[in-house]
Structures are given as C-alpha cells and as structure tokens.
Design a protein around this ligand. Structure first.
Ligand code: ZN
Length: 156
C-alpha cells in the first residue's frame, strides 16, 4: 500500500540543518504517525512521502516555503529589559507570551531584549532522512477527528 491521501503512515525520521546538526529525530522513540493529505505534516514532507510504501527510505530536502515558512522580520521585536522583571534573561531562552505565542530571546542588551516570535525552524532549509515503517487506511473516525487514534496517536 502506498502513501496517498487519507492513508495513515508511520515514519522514522531524522531532521538536520544544512550544517548536519540534528534538530529532531524519532530515533529511540515510537515512529511518528500521521494522516496523509490533511496538513498533519509540513507540505514538503507530505509531497515527498506521497506514493512511498513500507520499507522505503528517502532523503528529503524541504525549503522554508514548504516547511515552517520564511522568517517574518515583523515578528522580531525589542522589548524593555524591565518587561522580564527580575527573571534571568539569556540568549536562546524561550518564553510563552500572554497570547500563547512562543518567543525566543535572540539578543540581550543592557536595557533592551530582542525576542523572535518566528517558529524556530522558520527560514531554515530542512533535511529529512525518512524511513516508512507502515501504511494503512485511516478509519472514518480518524478522518473525522483529523488525527490518528491508537498506538502513537490520540487515546480518547
Ligand atoms: Zn480523535
């Protein structure tokens, strides 16, 4: 069975940036399980996996446009150091804003802190090494919910 729209696929993957640094990996964990064709994964992954079947191994290069988007300069902001109160603020730290957004500290000055609300992988070219572990039909209930049920998926 090939991966196509509304199939449930489980995959092992390792994600690296262009310098070869590992950003994320399913190694040592359960495979990632998802429904093809409904936006569970970034578009570049879905496109690359279309038509693949159990046992296939592939390397996918995904541009930011088909990944987490380009970096939006408007989402980089300077805020007064005092906005963090007495909390220690260091480059690389992440905070949740009142709006549920995640911002990353990119620069710490004496009076100002620069925070970036872009997705950490925005603007990054992604290299995925993928192995297809299994492919099956999605159940009507899974399609209705938009996510996978059972092992590796939702339990409810
Ligand atoms: Zn559900």
């Amino acid at each position: 069975m090939q991966i196509s729209k509304h199939k449930v696929a489980s995959i092992h993957y390792t994600l690296t940036d262009n310098s070869g640094k590992v950003l994320d990996s399913s190694e040592g964990r359960d495979p990632l399980i998802y429904i093809q064709g409904i936006g569970n994964l970034i578009p570049g992954m879905e496109e690359g996996l279309e038509g693949k079947q159990k046992g296939d191994k592939l390397n996918l290069k995904v541009s930011p446009e088909k990944g987490y988007g380009a970096k939006d300069p408007n989402m980089v902001q300077r805020v007064p150091r005092s906005a963090f109160g007495n909390a220690e603020v260091k480059k690389g730290m992440q905070f949740h804003t009142d709006h549920g957004q995640v911002v990353t500290v990119t620069e710490v000055g004496l009076s100002e802190v620069t925070v970036d609300a872009n997705h950490p992988l925005a603007g990054v070219e992604l290299n995925f090494a993928v192995e297809v572990v299994s492919v099956r039909e999605a159940t009507p209930e899974e399609l209705d919910h938009g996510h996978v049920h059972g092992p590796g998926g939702h339990h409810h």
